[in-house]
Design a protein around this ligand. Structure first.
Ligand code: DAH
Length: 344
């Protein structure tokens, strides 16, 4: 076989091999097999020494041409492999922009938080500040400075989780009144609302929960009166239950207020005609309030001959239950997502 034929054979063999290669890594192996230090061409070059001098240039020319042909195959195949790789990547990464998006649920605020924030906004708009206090309270602030000395019978109204003899889980938000008055160094006017969790030793049932939320208000100034209290609560009642609501005050008793009142709102369900929600009376009791007892002012360092105050406290669950017809207070705390989701 002539050199020319040998080279021709080598070229077609290489062409076939190269065309089957699928990866750059493999391609390098094939390249080494033909063009490398121990490759086929090294073998062919060895034949040169046996050739007569005049044939050598031709031999050199032919082998170089053959090398070039194989090198070109290698370059072309490499390009093919790389193109295929890019195309494959493009195919696998295509995004169908017409597919509908995956929906995910957006969380909502708990109903109690919603009502709390609604009330906060209302009162902030009337110049009040929002105050918070600790849930673990001392007896002195939860009771004594609110005119409820030890052994006062009215303590029975609020069955208490005691931690020690002097510390307890607060039974109402009223100790925040005490804290705010004590903290006020100038003993000047105060206008606050205090939302928060409170705790009582009740057996849980549809209308009782050992934890619930209160929303308290306190205004201390030189001229506050029962009329201011009534006007303020009318605004709050209308915000919560609608523009047409009226309120009425009934005499009541709280140790920390004198006089004390229970506040009723005209029924939002029947507009005061009488229905099962208002038990036929046309009125619904929503909160307790009153003119702050002088003892309470004095216990926190206020001069009760100069200052007058009014206060009120309401249960947020009760308001939510009335407003939305919820008949079990435990629904607020068992966190059934189907319950929570209903209130946007
Ligand atoms: N602290 C009372 C309770 O938990 C509610 C209350 C009544 C608060 C009258 C007040 C108020 O500030 O003046 O039953």
């Amino acid at each position: 076989m002539s050199v020319k034929e040998k080279l021709q054979e080598l070229i077609s063999e290489a062409k076939e091999k190269i065309s089957l290669v699928q990866s750059v890594h493999e391609l390098n192996d094939v390249k080494a097999k033909y063009l490398g230090k121990k490759g086929s061409f090294q073998e062919i070059m060895k034949l040169m020494k046996d050739l007569p001098n005049e044939e050598r240039p031709m031999f050199g020319k032919l082998t170089n041409e053959a090398k070039q042909v194989i090198t070109n195959y290698l370059i072309d195949q490499k390009q093919l492999i790389e193109d295929a790789k890019v195309n494959e990547q493009l195919r696998s990464e295509t995004i169908d922009v017409t597919l509908p998006g995956r929906s995910f649920e957006v969380g909502k605020k708990h109903l109690l938080t919603q009502i709390k924030e609604e009330l906060e906004d209302l009162f902030i708009g009337m110049g009040y500040s929002v105050m918070e206090g600790p849930e673990i309270e001392i007896d002195e602030y939860n009771f004594e400075k609110l005119n409820l000395p030890k052994n006062h019978p009215a303590r029975d109204m609020q069955d208490t989780f005691y931690i020690t003899e002097e510390t307890l889980l607060r039974t109402h938000t009223s100790p925040v009144q005490v804290r705010t008055m004590l903290d006020n160094k100038e003993k000047g006017p105060i206008k606050i609302v205090c939302p928060g969790k409170v705790f009582r030793r009740d057996d849980d049932d549809a209308t009782h929960s050992h934890q619930f939320m209160q929303f308290e208000g306190l205004v201390v100034d030189e001229t506050t009166s029962m009329a201011d209290l009534k006007g303020t609560l009318l605004v709050a009642a209308r915000k919560l239950f609608g523009d047409k609501r009226e309120i009425r005050l009934r005499p009541s008793y709280f140790p920390f207020t004198e006089p004390s009142v229970e506040v009723d709102v005209s029924c939002h369900n029947c507009n005061g005609k009488g229905c099962n929600i208002c038990k036929g009376t046309g009125w619904i009791e929503v909160l307790g309030a009153g003119v702050v007892n002088n003892n309470v002012l004095e216990a926190s360092g206020y001069d009760s001959t100069k200052y007058q105050a009014f206060a009120f406290g309401m249960g947020v669950e009760r308001i939510a239950m009335l407003k939305y017809g919820i008949n079990d207070i435990r629904s607020f705390y068992t966190n059934d997502i189907r319950f929570n989701k209903q209130f946007k």
